[in-house]
Design a protein around this ligand. Structure first.
Ligand code: WTA
Length: 633
């Protein structure tokens, strides 16, 4: 059984042990799983290459751990509760036995389509059970899944399909999202016109039953391929270090990169962290509101909870449909014990007023979680008081797509909680603060750049197809350390507070966005010469997107121009990247070497122009005043 820490004293002991003997500690954790063959060596690592391997030589299939091994002990226990977008539509429940059968059928269907070990399969689907079933089916046959959030545009989808040379893309016909019915298949159809030559099949799940155009060269129905398959499918034997999935995420430069996670270490760490961070016990009902298109959904809706034998809720809808009480209604309906969401959702619901919370019985809640961005004190207090009634510890969990699992967090009823603080490292995690020269910032009450100095089992292994990029992005900044891209502070008691990104990544409603990516999209507009994008404080989204653009020809109707720019961004990336503010400027402040001085633009966007520093060394200092005078905040 996975170790579950129960007291502060035990946390301290376990933490100490995990640092003094990490290999022994993780080997013990590894032993609680079902392996076809035990590993020969627990860890080999070299951050300089980087080359990170856990449980070397071990053979397993993660789905045997998420499904088969539960059949005897909890086969009739509900594994997934699916709550539909429409509160009056029927809930679907899958016991572990039923989920096992569905995954086997889908796995046999994948095989029938010629998918096997090492092939890449793209998912572009809403939050329907078939998404969870589909990715588990991939894992069962040894295929590598690459889930693309269904809010991304056809261009973004095509880029990701091409980067991973996927053989199959699995999608739905339409997506029910709040009051909207969003065409999904047409986006895939459009992506197919953008050079996705590797795709052999588009497998379409009939979700709403709406009309779709059919391309008989590529398209097949999910139900025709999968429904009549056998409910038995021998799992493929995988090496601990074989790839499990690719998940694209944004960075400072260039296009999003495919973060690669592997089978063994990811399984061990997500299970261990799930059991401990949420203090999940048998019989509990756990709900994470994330979308499976992001890492939170991968690790803490699907893999962690299922490997731990939990009952996990999958929610198709949105927090504000049919009204802002939806989350609390679902908590009441399913008697949710652990609830995990993002600060942006909390702030949006808080703004709608307490009347949406009142009247819902939230007495089954034990633990509340937060993820994806810093949670401000006001939102923390509202969450604590109105949702947790002061009785439910808030676990402010800090982690990243690249870390695979939660690295810094309070443990409920074990370590203390403090608003805005992700607090303490998980067992096995060795965070450090460094200054920009890479010197260790020691002691407490200090600030620095957050890095990790020792590997943990679920860390990324590479970026798909470009190992050098992985090295440059995460391992080149500081010798022999993994660099997170975040700045942090350590308080007088050693708790960590995440301050935010120190690179050109912004966090909009908990979604990571590269400013360069948004700029590239804006620059596709024919009248845009150059642009610069920065984040600025936004009450609900955490950060909003502020774009400064230089145009070629004067525009008569500025509003119409802004709309066009937004349209281009939606086309290139998707609605989540659309700028909130677009300011037309005659120039961008640049250094003599031609680099945009984003520091100045950030300050203007945050209405903080009192101390801009020395601008006299700029190539074009005169634009600064113009930008300030015309600022839109
Ligand atoms: C930010 C999401 C403050 C951080 C799991 C990180 C947070 C980025 C927190 C990763 C938190 C995540 N407090 N900031 N509790 N959790 N972040 O890859 O800047 O989508 O680097 O993973 O989100 O975002 P990603």
């Amino acid at each position: 059984m996975t170790l579950q820490i129960k007291s502060l004293e035990q946390y301290n002991d376990v933490y100490k042990r995990s640092i003094e003997d990490p290999e022994g500690f993780w080997a013990e954790q590894g032993e609680t799983f079902k392996w076809r063959k035990k590993w020969d060596k627990t860890l080999e690592w070299d951050f300089r290459k980087p080359d990170i391997k856990w449980f070397l030589g071990g053979k397993l299939n993660i789905t045997e751990n998420c499904l088969d091994r539960h059949l005897e002990t909890r086969g009739d226990q509900v594994a997934i509760i699916w709550e539909p977008n429409n509160p009056d539509a029927p809930v679907k429940k899958y016991t572990y036995k039923e989920l096992h059968a569905e995954v086997c059928k889908a796995a046999n269907g994948l095989k029938a389509m010629g998918i096997g070990k090492g092939d890449r399969v793209c998912f572009y689907m809403p939050m329907v059970p078939e998404l969870a079933i589909g990715i588990l089916a991939c894992a069962r046959v040894g295929a590598i899944h690459s889930v693309v959030f269904a809010g991304f545009s056809a261009t973004a989808l095509a880029d990701r399909i091409k980067d991973a040379t996927c053989k199959v893309v699995i999608c739905s016909d339409y997506n029910n999202r709040g009051a909207k019915n969003i065409p999904v298949k047409t986006v895939v159809d459009e992506a197919m016109t953008m050079g996705c030559d590797s795709i052999e099949t588009v497998l379409v799940h009939r979700n709403t039953g709406g009309v779709v155009e059919w391309n008989s060269d590529l398209d097949q129905w999910w139900h025709e391929v999968i429904d009549n398959q056998s409910t038995d499918c021998e799992a493929e034997e995988m090496d601990a270090e074989d790839m499990l999935f690719i998940l694209y995420t944004s960075g400072s430069t260039g296009k999003p990169k495919g973060v690669v996670h592997t089978c063994g270490g990811y399984m061990v760490y997500t299970t261990f962290s799930f059991k401990n961070v949420f203090q999940y016990n048998d019989g509990d009902i756990y709900w994470c509101t994330a979308d499976i298109g992001w890492i939170t959904g991968h690790s803490y809706i699907v893999y962690g909870p299922l490997a731990a034998g939990a009952t996990t809720i999958m929610f198709e809808g949105i927090p504000t449909y049919p009204d802002a009480g939806r989350f609390w209604q679902v908590c009441e309906k399913h008697k949710v014990n652990q609830f995990y969401t993002a600060p942006t959702a909390i702030r949006a619901l808080m703004a709608k007023g307490d009347q949406y919370v009142e009247g819902h019985d939230l007495s089954d809640l034990k633990t509340l979680g937060s993820v994806g961005e810093p949670i401000n004190e006001e939102a923390w207090s509202w969450y604590n008081k109105k949702i947790g009634k002061g009785n439910c510890p808030i676990v402010d969990t800090w982690w990243q797509t690249e870390t695979g699992g939660i690295l810094i967090t309070p443990l409920p009823n074990i370590t203390d909680t403090k608003p805005c603080y992700a607090s303490y490292p998980m067992p096995g995690i060795q965070p450090v603060l460094l200054d920009s020269d890479g010197n260790l910032v020691e002691g407490n009450n200090v600030e620095g750049l957050l890095a990790v100095k020792f590997p943990w089992p679920s860390m990324l292994r590479t970026t798909y197809g470009d190992h050098q990029r992985c090295k440059n992005t995460y391992f080149a900044m500081f010798d022999n350390h993994y660099f997170t891209g975040d700045g942090a502070r350590r308080d007088e008691d050693g708790r960590y507070r995440i301050i935010g990104r120190v690179d050109d990544v912004i966090n909009v409603s908990g979604h990571r966005m590269g400013t360069a990516e948004v700029e590239n999209a804006i620059n596709e507009h024919p009248n845009v010469v150059e642009s610069a994008v920065v984040g600025y404080p936004h009450d609900i989204k955490g950060q909003g997107i502020y774009a400064y653009v230089i145009i070629n020809q004067v525009v008569e109707d500025v509003d119409a121009f802004r709309k066009e720019v937004i349209k281009v961004v939606r086309r290139e990336i998707g609605p989540i990247a659309k700028p909130d503010i677009i300011q037309i400027v005659s120039g961008l402040p640049k250094t003599r070497s031609g680099k945009i001085m984003r520091r100045i633009l950030r300050k203007v966007a945050s209405s903080d122009t009192s101390n801009l520093g020395d601008v006299s060394t700029l190539l074009n200092p005169e634009v600064v005043q113009e930008i300030i005078d015309n600022a839109l905040v």
